[in-house]
Design a protein around this ligand. Sequence first.
Ligand SMILES: NC(=O)c1ccc[n+]([C@@H]2O[C@H](COP(=O)([O-])OP(=O)(O)OC[C@H]3O[C@@H](n4cnc5c(N)ncnc54)[C@H](OP(=O)(O)O)[C@@H]3O)[C@@H](O)[C@H]2O)c1
Length: 293
Amino acid sequence: MSYRVAIFGSAGQLGAELSNEFTVRGCKLLRLTRQEVDITDGAKVEKLLTCFSPDVVINSAAYNMVDVAEQEPLAAYEVNGLAVRHMAASCRQLDARLVHFSTDYVFDGASARPYTESDPTHPLGAYAVSKLAGELYAQAYLDNPLIIRTSGVFGPAGLNTARGNFIELMLRLAASPNPIRVVEDHVASPTYAPALAARTADLVFGKHSGLFHIGGGTPISWYDYARKIFDLAGRKPALRATNEREYRTSARRPKYSALSNAKMESLGIQPMPSLDGAIREYLAAREKLAVSA
Ligand SMILES: NC(=O)c1ccc[n+]([C@@H]2O[C@H](COP(=O)([O-])OP(=O)(O)OC[C@H]3O[C@@H](n4cnc5c(N)ncnc54)[C@H](OP(=O)(O)O)[C@@H]3O)[C@@H](O)[C@H]2O)c1
């Protein structure tokens, strides 16, 4: 089965991998970057989708600046909330399926085990509220959207995006002689974008809908994650553990936001790769990109 697939945010870390994955699986793609359309322009989104007539619309575009969102909550809400409403309304008109990505930050972090899809949400800041609003709009306007919550995304495209990712930040900081401070009291499940894209395609081709968690599968503190990155990259910078009391940020973040992939795996979809394997693959891919640049 070959689908016509429109992808918003196709220059982002995940969007780039979704574009590769759906192309390899024989789909006809409409790749949309911010240059082609700002997703807050509902009329343009609708026009582009009407012209292309997609079977599937994938939204991996997002306002991801968690701390800046505390100063400009409306900007975050327009991209992560209202734009999803426009997209969902267009999908309804066109009878297209919507695949939308959300975040582990919809939770408050009070859990002591990976969050499942049936756990209650309680966002802690403007970014998190805006992402939850996007989920609700997709569910309000469509009977069967596919909503995938993920966590700490890293993909080779992050080498060239303005926002990058945690691995790029760590490698950049390692180039300076200053000690690197990373929190040890916050735990997430870092997620490799190519693996997430492949499982997203499995869900789409399997005609699944509803809410799914796809995180990296390994709950890990940001400090331990940083240490793992440096070990695997063969770097030895001065790395210091800190905590949220010492390292204040504008936005509150959940202390624990690892996601359980059990629902996805119960469908027979392959578990996510190990974190070590994913970081190794990432480092090899970024090396290749850097050499070819
Ligand atoms: N990255 C993470 O750690 C993380 C964690 C949990 C959930 N998620 C979710 O996973 C999904 C994919 O994230 P990602 O890591 O691929 O993010 P990313 O690399 O930052 O990509 C997001 C893309 O969206 C584009 N975009 C932002 N605002 C836009 C607008 N108004 N109109 C059109 N395009 C716009 C960005 O363009 P510009 O570069 O020009 O801004 C960028 O290309 C998002 O839904 C995100 O919320 C990500």
